[in-house]
Design a protein around this ligand. Structure first.
Ligand code: UD1
Length: 430
């Protein structure tokens, strides 16, 4: 098992190229099962969640051919099974997308659901509500089994009681080959929703309105294949911005969509960080003390919950008292206990964290408890004086391509050490 050893306290300088978006990739790759042809997907991030999805697709009978480090060809014409193995599917939260894609294409699916979760209850009732409205019978046990009553789903009007990224994407996948028109109201608007819709449209689907809260999907007979390039990762970019904010320095982020970054950039600017946009780059510089602010996480275009741990780390070094409110998940502050080991002063009460800025963090041995919290603790280690040893970095490798290499290129003193394997928990969050 790997650990990161970070000797912090030095600013970051240089350039970093942002990879393809993890949360788009883990939807688009299972969505390739809807395609009765060959699809070529580019800008695929090299992360362990993606590798796991390739294994699942191959197990179902798809041909997965890596063209280079970031491009893959998926041919799902000869799918043999609509029941991915429990062992593989339960290891990745996003395996729920296999329900929408297999049900949409073959009229049936049986997918093991990850049991526990790391930041509160993660129900899938809205996904099930959508499938049921489209004429599927759904039974929930160790496996979620879904079957279209007449072998094919039909269009329906679906209102999401809560804004859900996963349910919006899953229903979109199920609807593209359904008979007739589906509407999703109160839909999520995240950039990866638009990316999935663009991918499906480029394969022959008819989806309109993605990126607004009302999406209309006219079912087509077949998706035929094509080429698609995944958008840059908003959260990976935001994580490097937060790293510069916390550690200081000046970094040029390449391959970003600045519009997607506004919700994050505007908070950093409020805190005294300079962010300059040019074409598909952002220049981030922090040369003055950080100022306090308040942050509340919300669905897009609000401040993303997947940036909450990283911004909390930055605020732990800002002058004054800041308040961070988690507006999406019930229990997403578990990492705060680890952050406090480095000297941060944070009080958590339910979904609210009150952060009293300190002028210095000091390295210590700490553990990641999930993907984004792990990234946040790396940032804390980079900003802290002395040495930080971070365990459980397999969480980080699920969603960040070569984080250590990218940070080393910015001058960070971070290295990976291999320590003897201990029995390891499943990675059940996304
Ligand atoms: C996705 C992301 C995750 C991010 C989250 C919110 C992936 C693989 N994961 O997760 O990184 O933190 O979006 O941006 O893309 N809810 C229900 N019923 C449902 C579904 C969700 O009540 O059927 C609730 C959840 O409990 C939560 C809220 O809706 O409070 C948002 O969840 P959702 O947007 O669905 O998150 P995920 O798609 O699972």
């Amino acid at each position: 098992m790997n650990q990161y050893i970070i000797r912090g306290g030095s600013p970051l300088f240089g350039e970093v190229t942002v990879s393809g978006a993890k949360n788009a990739a883990v939807a688009i790759i299972p969505a390739a099962l809807l395609v009765d042809g060959v699809c070529r997907i580019e800008n695929v991030p090299q992360i362990s969640d993606v590798t796991l999805f390739f294994s699942i697709l191959e197990e179902l009978g798809a041909k997965v051919r890596l063209l280079n480090r970031h491009a893959v060809e998926i041919d799902a014409r000869a799918i043999r099974s609509t029941r991915p193995s429990y062992e593989l599917a339960r290891r990745i939260r996003a395996s729920y997308y296999l329900l929408g894609s297999l049900l949409g294409r073959f009229g049936r699916a049986a997918v093991a659901m990850p049991g526990g979760c790391n930041f509160g209850v993660r129900p899938i009732d809205l996904h099930v509500k959508g499938f049921t409205a489209m004429g599927a019978r759904v039974t929930e046990g160790g496996f979620i089994e879904a079957e279209a009553e007449n072998g094919r789903l039909h269009g329906a009007n679906i209102y999401m009681d809560q804004v859900s990224v996963g349910a919006t994407m899953n229903v979109m996948m199920a609807a593209v080959l359904a008979d007739g028109m589906t509407t999703i109201d109160n839909a999520a608007k995240e950039p990866h929703i638009v990316d999935l819709a663009n991918f499906l449209n480029s394969m022959g689907a008819d989806i309109k309105g993605a990126g607004t809260d009302s999406i209309r999907i006219r079912g087509v007979e077949r998706l035929t294949g094509g080429t698609y390039c995944i958008i840059p990762d908003q959260i990976e970019a935001g994580t490097y911005m937060a790293a510069v904010a916390a550690a200081g320095g000046q970094v040029l982020l390449k391959n970003v969509i600045p519009k997607h970054m506004e919700c994050i950039s505007s908070k950093l600017v409020e805190m005294g960080v300079s962010v300059t946009e040019q074409d598909d780059t952002l220049l981030v510089r922090r040369s003055q003390p950080l100022r306090r602010t308040n942050v509340k996480t919300l669905p897009y275009p609000g401040f993303p919950t997947d940036m909450q741990p990283q911004i909390t780390v930055v605020l732990s070094l800002a002058e004054g008292t800041s308040i961070v409110t988690e507006g999406v998940w019930d229990n997403r502050f578990k990492y705060v206990d680890e952050l406090k080991r480095l000297g941060a002063r944070v009080q958590v009460d339910g979904k609210v964290a009150v952060i009293e800025g300190v002028d210095h963090l000091e390295g210590a041995p700490i553990k990641a408890c999930d993907l984004r919290a792990g990234a946040a603790l790396v940032i804390a280690g980079l900003a802290a004086g002395g040495t930080t040893t971070l365990e459980n970095v397999h969480y980080i490798e699920r969603g960040y391509e070569d984080m250590v290499g990218k940070l080393r290129a910015l001058g960070a003193d971070i290295r990976v050490v291999d320590v003897p394997e201990e029995p390891r928990q499943d990675s059940r969050i996304g």
